[in-house]
Write a protein that binds this ligand. Sequence first.
Ligand SMILES: Cc1cc2nc3c(=O)[nH]c(=O)nc-3n(C[C@H](O)[C@H](O)[C@H](O)COP(=O)(O)OP(=O)(O)OC[C@H]3O[C@@H](n4cnc5c(N)ncnc54)[C@H](O)[C@@H]3O)c2cc1C
Length: 413
Amino acid sequence: MTFSRKKVFDNLPISYWIDSITPSTYPSLEDNIKIDIAIIGGGLAGIQIAYQLSKENLNIAIFEANNIGHGASGYTTAKITSQHNIIYSKIREQLGEELAQQYASANEIAIHEIKRIVEENNIECDYTTQSSYVYAQEEKNLQKIHDEVKAATSLGIEASFVEDIPFPIAIKGALRFDNQSQFHPLKYLTSLAKIISEKGVNIYEKTRIIDVEEENNNYILTTNNGKKIRAEKVIISSHYPFYNKHGLYFSRIYASRAYIIAIKAKEKYPGGMYINAEEPARSLRYVNTPSGELILVVGDEHKTGQGEDMNKHYNALIDFAKDIFTIEDIPYRWSTQDCMTLDDLPYIGYYTANTPNLLVATGFQKWGMTNSTVASIILKDLILKGNSPWQDVYNPSRKTIAASTKKIYYCKC
Ligand SMILES: Cc1cc2nc3c(=O)[nH]c(=O)nc-3n(C[C@H](O)[C@H](O)[C@H](O)COP(=O)(O)OP(=O)(O)OC[C@H]3O[C@@H](n4cnc5c(N)ncnc54)[C@H](O)[C@@H]3O)c2cc1C
């Protein structure tokens, strides 16, 4: 099987999402400016944070190193779900009921918030409601599925156990969440960008922030072309937090890469969004395009820098897809990475316990559709009210047992 490479962007294969939108053309920053809030990064996090704050009487600007939506958000799978594989039973067991409830409520509300924003603004972004499934193929994971149904249900999520999924895959059982959704992430993101820019938020593209300094209770940001921004508050939503003076994020985040092929199949896709409980991950959703249905087959993740030849990863996905579908074409393939944390929970809140005017949203664990929306709500609440009902579970300075590493981890930063 040979790939048909549709286009190449920065020497990387372009995603269907980027290929199917009109590129944005916001100016770059050419003057020194003074503003209330500087948002660094124009992905789903940065744009949604600006959207939430744009209703306030604040002078806000977004600084994007390249083009908005061309980071991880432009190469994602875009399942909007509170079903983050197996998570609620883990949080409940390791961190307790209260934090598990915060995570569940935050992500459930995020699903509704995206829907509300789409409807309120008539955003055409191919938004559809779907059920979401995690299926177990190995006996040892079946109990995890049952535990997750129990944990999620007790936290108020519409979860159930099902014995089958509509594919010729031998499974032991699956976890199903109803009323989840999927969309075209960049139709959503670019529409929101237009809305906020009409409300007075300035968006600067091709404007990379290369330095952050503190001066008299303000932050001074320097751009790649030497312009200075004085801001009262700074939000770092640059995916990987590049500011290393505080927070030690480099020691508690790693990047994980995964691959996507977009196939045309003879069979009609039965609907729904699917992921396995095993490794390597295998994830599925469909997209309706003007030239017919595409099925996204996703997975083969690895720590960034520790993968094999990319073709091996794509071929593994093709082999998996061939067992389920009759592949007629593969018009797109692409890959991207996301930021992962030590305890599988994002870092959303104050950059450190001692920086009330410097905030961060990162570590979305490959579940950044709802988590970036959660970030937009938490950061708005912290900025406007000084607290959020979900701040503890997402607190970047949390003192917690890093469950995944089994090490006790105290953040003194
Ligand atoms: C293969 C894969 C599949 C995924 N599928 C799903 C899914 O189905 N559902 C889901 O919920 N999540 C999914 N995710 C996760 C989701 O895509 C990400 O968590 C999310 O897109 C991250 O958004 P972001 O705004 O934080 O980052 P980005 O979209 O990367 O945006 C950050 C922006 O900051 C800019 N930037 C960086 N440094 C600077 C700087 N110094 N100055 C100015 N700008 C800067 C970048 O150019 C970039 O545009 C997936 C992730 C992967 C890897």
